[in-house]
Design a protein around this ligand. Sequence first.
Ligand SMILES: Cc1cc2nc3c(=O)[nH]c(=O)nc-3n(C[C@H](O)[C@H](O)[C@H](O)COP(=O)(O)OP(=O)(O)OC[C@H]3O[C@@H](n4cnc5c(N)ncnc54)[C@H](O)[C@@H]3O)c2cc1C
Length: 404
Amino acid sequence: MATTSPLHVLVSGGGIAGNAVALQLLRNGIRTTVVERAAAPRPGGQAVDLRGPSKVAAERMGLLEGIAKYQLDERGMSYVDGDGEIYARMAMEDFDGAGIVADIEITRGDLNQVLLDALAAADTGLLDYRYGERIDRITQDEAGVDVTFASGGTERFDLVIGADGVHSATRALVFGPEEEFSTNLGAYGAFFTMPSPAGIEPGWFGMRMIPGAMLGIRPDADPATSKAIMTIRATPDPALRRDPAAQRALIRRTFAEAGWRAPEVLAALDTTPDFYFDEVARVDVPELSAGRVTLIGDAGYCGSPLTGMGTAMAIVGAYVLAAEIAATPADLTGAQRRYQEVISPFLDKAKEIPGGSLALMLPNSRAMTALAKLNVRIMMSRPMRPITKKIYFGHTDDFSLPNY
Ligand SMILES: Cc1cc2nc3c(=O)[nH]c(=O)nc-3n(C[C@H](O)[C@H](O)[C@H](O)COP(=O)(O)OP(=O)(O)OC[C@H]3O[C@@H](n4cnc5c(N)ncnc54)[C@H](O)[C@@H]3O)c2cc1C
């Protein structure tokens, strides 16, 4: 085992952020332990896109070749009425690969697999990856962090990175309760895999807007399946959190009369292998580090799935944090401070909801929904495309990612 750094870092969470930061730490010769609560890599998730700074980070991390193997055949997006009639269309090339559908589209599960493959390839004995494990307790002093695991046993680390998602346990243990940092924006989101409806246009992301909700069907890596994606405006209800039956009931009620492909989507609800449901929440943690514990990804910053930027922020955050740690392993406080300084301007932009707010994106009334549809038509019309691209999709392009 060739250790080039005396550091030992613990990463909590084996999602995109956790695996990306672990990869970059390993490549810098830093001993890394990852604990992932799930018993195996978590599949699922719809297409995530890499654009602007996150594409640059993925390229510098050498991930593009792996990503290319899973690249989705996604050609654009169509807005449809209840009878399936298309009223607006956004082809990928109309926006030079920088519209809703970017030139790099990969499902979240596949991107996670690319990272896991890269981790296996980069491991020279410095990686300790534990599934079915989580942190129970954290105590820290000036020289290190003592972590007690759920399976028992306490170990000491130089740094703990919380990459355990929007409901981060690391954040709750060290920074404070979830309510302090997370704001439910008044909606719920769900994603799951379903059989591709017969006759659906291959490669096109179909989207149906109804008052207070939207329903999308997105291409999957396997043409036989598609990804259902939905957002539903609703008053926050804590009882929904751990009640998949109530979550499914909400979806059924909302889309019962939606027409288009809603019946096929609802029919798949009970048999899908990867039903994912969560509140549409924004996470803001003003100071991303507390002593020797630092947050990355959704645990520390999340603009909600409506921004489409969660994975981009996770990749950029992981790239910057690992590089700063590697730059000054003897000065972790300095590395943590620079991480925050470097990514803050990017996060401020990336957390913005395209169009300004959920109310504008997903109006509740029939009249406002009709107006939103008109707005979509205008946005996608040829003369408006450069403006749409700049306002909705290019808002993080000005951020210049340091080349470490
Ligand atoms: C299964 C799944 C499907 C998703 N699908 C979509 C999608 O379709 N569209 C979308 O916009 N976003 C989706 N997301 C969220 C998206 O992945 C993130 O917004 C983004 O990639 C940032 O990633 P992250 O690593 O910070 O968080 P996440 O991807 O949420 O990863 C966090 C990881 O930490 C693990 N974890 C949680 N708690 C603990 C704990 N106490 N101890 C150890 N490990 C823990 C989780 O199991 C998970 O693997 C999904 C997330 C998951 C987990």
